[in-house]
Design a protein around this ligand. Structure first.
Ligand code: KG4
Ligand code: ZN
Length: 365
């Protein structure tokens, strides 16, 4: 049995959530002792998106309070922890800097080791915290800012099999909601409408299915939705509830079809390397979509692969995943110094040529 015990404080501030958490590795298992997330939705609501300067200022105001609260909730003080893990990128640079400076301050004051964590590694390693998943597993990250297939081979070894060449699916859900007058974030609203609608009424494209590989594209779907909406409006002078539900159902079915087929191909590529415990894990807000999740589960079981979805609060942005990724680095012997740099861009798979826009658009990662 692994007797190693490591307790880290994690800090996250790369987008619009200020978060802190205390996570412990003990007996080979991870446990979340506390996790605090302070969202900023209200601050950005009037602007229709995240305003980087407002986000950065709010992180500066909140990050130390979140850290204090996380320590208190864990019944711990700085003297009880072994180090401080902090998101050092990718993300909105003002926010990342706020977290990195806070972590450096604490490290300088206490002498505790500092660990810079890649935010995407945080997402990608979460199934090891929640399910103890062994390497290598296939990870599909689907959020408002990201969509990529990664083979997670080690705590610092990620092989990207493909990803979006334009929008992320969550972004497409949000834009669809906007175009149909539904509330933000769009995903849950579109999903609720889609449940009532007929997915066959509108013929939406399935972008890039005709091309080999597992790259994806979602910007054409958004345009198709706009055209279909305008077609109905031109014909009838407006949208009925049924029209809206049918548009949502058609759009969601297209996203689900594309994600399912590309996941099947990514699984093929991953399985070809002969993993001992074949597993497909998902993370990101879009993985909350029941219809999409069910399709991915079917794809996984069809390929004899275990399907793992961490609880939603750990799929979306949080600091427990940062503390955990820090623990994974810590046990490999890594430590960062006070010269740790905040990075707005930081691809996980540096061996791969960057995609157009690195598959990253918008504020979220
Ligand atoms: O992971 P997340 O909380 O934030 C980042 O993007 O990092 O994901 C938020 C995205 C939003 O675009 C939201 O519309 C989408 O996830 N989302 C959904 C659902 N719930 C959230 N998309 C589809 N169906 C849902 N049920
Ligand atoms: Zn994220």
């Amino acid at each position: 049995m692994d007797e190693e015990t490591i307790t880290l404080l994690g800090l996250e501030s790369s987008c619009d959530d200020t978060a802190a958490a205390v996570v412990r590795l003990s007996g080979g298992k991870g446990a979340i002792l506390s996790s605090v997330v302070a969202g900023q939705t209200d601050l950005h609501a009037a602007f229709g998106g995240v305003v980087p300067e407002i986000a950065a200022r709010a992180h500066v105001e909140k990050i130390d309070l979140c850290a204090e609260e996380a320590l208190a909730n864990a019944g711990a003080s700085l003297g009880d922890i072994d180090g401080i893990a902090v998101t050092a990128g990718p993300g909105l640079i003002g926010g990342v800097l706020a977290g990195v400076m806070c972590a450096k301050g604490m490290s300088a004051a206490t002498g505790l080791p500092l660990l810079g964590v890649n935010h995407l590694a945080g997402h990608a390693l979460t199934p090891r915290l929640t399910h103890g998943l062994p390497f290598p597993y296939l990870m599909l990250l689907v959020s408002g800012g990201h969509c990529q297939f990664l083979v997670v081979e080690g705590a610092e070894r990620f092989r990207r099999l493909g990803g979006t060449i334009d929008d992320a699916p969550g972004e497409a859900f949000d834009k669809t909601a906007k175009l149909l007058g539904l509330p933000q974030p769009g995903g849950p609203a579109v999903e609720a409408e889609a449940r009532k609608g007929d997915p066959a009424r509108f013929a939406f494209p399935r972008p890039l299915l005709d091309r080999p590989g597992c790259d994806l594209s979602f910007s054409g779907l958004k345009t198709a939705l706009l055209r279909a909406r305008d077609g109905v409006i031109a014909e009838k002078g407006g949208l009925t509830g049924v029209d809206r539900a049918d548009l949502c159902a058609g759009f969601q079915a297209a996203v689900a079809d594309v994600l399912a087929e590309k996941t099947r191909r990514a699984l093929d590529a991953y399985l070809a390397s002969g993993p001992e415990f074949p597993s497909l894990a998902v993370a990101g807000g879009v993985a909350a979509n029941a219809a999409i999740r069910a399709r991915l589960e079917t794809v996984a079981s069809g390929a004899g692969t275990r399907f793992v979805a961490p609880p939603l609060a750990l799929c979306t942005d949080n600091a427990a995943m940062i503390a955990w990724a820090g623990i994974e680095r810590f046990r490999l012997g890594h430590r960062d110094g006070l010269d740790l740099v905040a990075r707005p861009r930081w691809p996980l798979d540096i061996a791969q040529p960057a995609l157009i826009g690195s598959g990253k658009k918008g504020a979220k990662a």
